[in-house]
Design a protein around this ligand. Structure first.
Ligand SMILES: NC(=O)c1ccc[n+]([C@@H]2O[C@H](COP(=O)([O-])OP(=O)(O)OC[C@H]3O[C@@H](n4cnc5c(N)ncnc54)[C@H](O)[C@@H]3O)[C@@H](O)[C@H]2O)c1
Length: 115
């Protein structure tokens, strides 16, 4: 379905990003997994199943230089620029949102301060 598509998935080694990458790969896309260097092993497990369609790039998305370098690598490997970007890089502390009596009130300010 997506055989001509190149996707760039930040945070693609884990969680929502990984699920997005997997879905794109299953549908034929070529996918750059842009994630922190220590996530390489996780990303490699996708490469085992999808081989040359996966390119892992060790990237901290807060570094413009690293993101640009990974886009250059994408062009080198896939001979094209990504037409899809899925941005899932990030982190957040887990927080209880539902209790025995239903949803708990969590204000944006409370969440923000707890970070
Ligand atoms: N999972 C949820 O239900 C949910 C709900 C709302 C929002 N979110 C947000 O979505 C994002 C992803 O959530 P997730 O559950 O997939 O988390 P996750 O921890 O499973 O995956 C996040 C990925 O981002 C990578 N990452 C973190 N900082 C990075 C950086 N600076 N550069 C490159 N990669 C980086 C991590 O290495 C990891 O692989 C988070 O910001 C989270 O707060 C998640």
């Amino acid at each position: 379905m997506f055989s001509s598509l190149i996707a760039f998935v930040t945070g693609g080694a884990s969680g929502l990003g990984r699920a997005s990458a997997l879905n794109l790969l299953k549908n034929g896309a070529r996918v750059v997994i842009a994630d922190l260097p220590h996530q390489e092993e996780l990303a490699k497990s996708l490469a085992q199943d999808f081989g040359e369609k996966v390119l892992f790039q060790p990237v901290d998305v807060t570094s413009e230089e690293m993101v640009n370098a990974s886009l250059d690598e994408c062009v080198n490997k896939f001979d094209g620029v990504p037409s899809v970007v899925v941005n899932c890089a990030g982190r957040a502390d887990a927080q209880k949102t539902v209790g025995r009596k239903g949803f708990l009130f969590v204000s944006w300010e409370t969440s923000f301060i707890s970070l």
